[in-house]
Ligand binder design. Structure first.
Ligand code: NAD
Length: 460
């Protein structure tokens, strides 16, 4: 059951009579309309009226409008203006460039820019590796998208993807001190994307691919990894896989099972699901059953593309066919990165004892977590309003911090697994329980631990 949250938060500036009951009337009206008040500020006071900023959380844009309409119907109330606080945060963009060096006088200028900079250029021309020492390449990552799979919203194009990429850049900086810059490409042609990234690569120490739809994302990443001498990491694939593997490691500790004995159903074999399956395979689980919109992936299923063929050949030992509900029977673990509301409590009841359910489709999971809890021992979702949020923020800042610090030229499965172990290990035995299998995204020990693990894995 969704609750009003800060994603739909409005500030209503209104005029009210200066009566003793005005505040009560306003707050009751918001409550009746289902909103949650988070701030009530008197911004002007006059003999005949007060001006109030009333801030509240709503369920949706329509709900925010309903709340405003309700306030407008109160006697003596005049709504002056409604501000959507989410849009306010985005006004003019969320990130900026600032200079790290003083530029106060001619002396500063001569060293930071011409003529002094010329000698630095020549040094790099002579020894290109010096770019990592003498330029922003040392600490800078490109967040590259074509806008073809923006969040769960689909193909919105490069301009509409920019708010997400800016947010990602802000998270890189906050959690790991990495300078990331959005690169939203106005093409969805695989060859053009590869060429564009190749051409901009000299500036960056790493490439974070983002919100590029499957199956193109697989080829784009693989080809860029071949061509570039910096790590290329598609976060929707590997960031998710790292956090899922970390969470599963701890969930299995809670229920006392070994992954080698587990049957794991992975629903969704797109960007996230494929990477999750591949990283899980590095830990040799009992068996993995992959399921997509056409049912269980098996070797005899007609029409498999290259990605599904490779998944079919390395999963599903008994070559089982059928639908998701068939796959769930006897499974120890369900991992969903697919679509909303695919099953209910009765299917969880068919899973093995002490089942683990990660229902990660956003914003609505494959099963209502409250229903899943009726039969599962551990439940996780992608949502911030339930325990055990599987969130890529736990992985990508630390991963790139480690890669940049190691001057890594590639990224390997060993580094991804090291990152997953580091995230899992942040939750020590004293804190581990069914409602706490992953650390909070605000735990500032996570990114340094992940960075250290990736650095070590890169060095070995
Ligand atoms: N919580 C997280 O950390 C996290 C991370 C990554 C992705 N996700 C979520 O996972 C979902 C998939 O993301 P993606 O980038 O891999 O998308 P994608 O489009 O690349 O893949 C979607 C997959 O789901 C399958 N699918 C769709 N409808 C289905 C159905 N009714 N039954 C079974 N399978 C079905 C498709 O066949 C496909 O294999 C999205 O909702 C996304 O928000 C969550």
């Amino acid at each position: 059951m969704p609750v009003p949250g800060p994603g739909y938060s409005i500030t209503v500036r209104l005029e009210a009579p200066p009566s003793a009951s005005a505040a009560g009337d306003l707050t009751s009206a918001v409550g009746r309309a289902g909103g949650v008040i988070t701030a009530f500020d008197v911004v002007e006071s006059h003999n005949d009226r007060v001006v109030i900023d009333l801030t509240c959380n709503a369920l949706s844009a329509n709900h925010a409008k309903d709340i405003t309409d309700t306030l407008e119907t109160l006697p003596g109330i005049v709504v002056r203006k409604v501000s959507d606080r989410t849009f306010l945060v985005h006004l003019g963009g969320k990130i900026e460039i600032s200079s790290k060096v003083p530029l106060r006088n001619r002396d500063d200028l001569s060293r930071a820019y011409t003529p002094g900079v010329a000698r630095v250029c020549e040094a790099i021309a002579k020894n290109p590796d010096d770019a990592r020492r003498l330029t922003i390449k040392r600490n800078t990552v490109a967040v590259v998208t074509d806008g073809s799979a923006v969040l769960g919203l689909g193909n919105l194009g490069p301009a509409a993807a920019l708010p997400v990429m800016e947010g990602k850049a802000a998270l890189f900086k906050k959690f790991a001190g990495v300078d990331a810059w959005p690169v939203c490409l106005d093409t969805q042609d695989t060859e053009e994307i590869i060429r564009a990234v190749e051409l901009i690569a000299p500036v960056y120490g790493g490439i974070n691919l983002e919100d590029i739809s499957a199956p193109r994302c697989f080829e784009i990443e693989a080809r860029l990894r071949e061509k570039l001498d910096i790590p290329v990491f598609h976060d929707d694939q590997h960031g998710t896989a790292i956090v899922v593997v970390a969470a599963l490691r701890n969930a299995l500790r809670v229920v006392g099972k070994d992954i080698k004995d587990c049957r794991i159903t992975v629903c969704g074999v797109g960007a996230a699901g494929s990477a999750i399956i591949r990283l899980l395979q590095a830990q040799t689980p009992g068996d993995i059953i992959a399921v997509d919109v056409d049912g269980i992936v098996h070797r005899d299923r007609p029409g498999l593309d290259a990605n599904l063929k490779s998944i079919a050949s390395s999963t599903n030992k008994d070559n089982q066919s059928g639908r998701l509900h068939d796959a769930l029977v006897g499974s120890d673990v369900f991992i969903g990165v697919s679509a909303p509301n695919l099953f209910g409590a009765e299917q969880v009841a068919t899973m093995a004892k002490d089942a683990i359910v990660f229902a990660l489709a956003n914003p609505d999971p494959e099963i209502d977590p409250m229903e899943a809890q009726q039969h599962a021992a551990v439940v996780a979702t992608g949502r911030s309003d339930f325990p055990n949020q599987i969130n890529n923020v736990l992985a990508f800042p630390g991963v790139f911090r480690g890669l940049l610090d190691a001057h890594a030229k590639t990224i390997t499965d060993a580094m991804l697994l090291a990152a997953a172990e580091a995230i899992a290990d942040v939750v020590d035995g004293d804190r581990l329980n069914a409602s706490f299998i992953v650390p909070s995204v605000f735990d500032n020990t996570v990114a340094p631990a992940v960075a250290e693990a990736v650095r070590k894995a890169a060095a070995s």
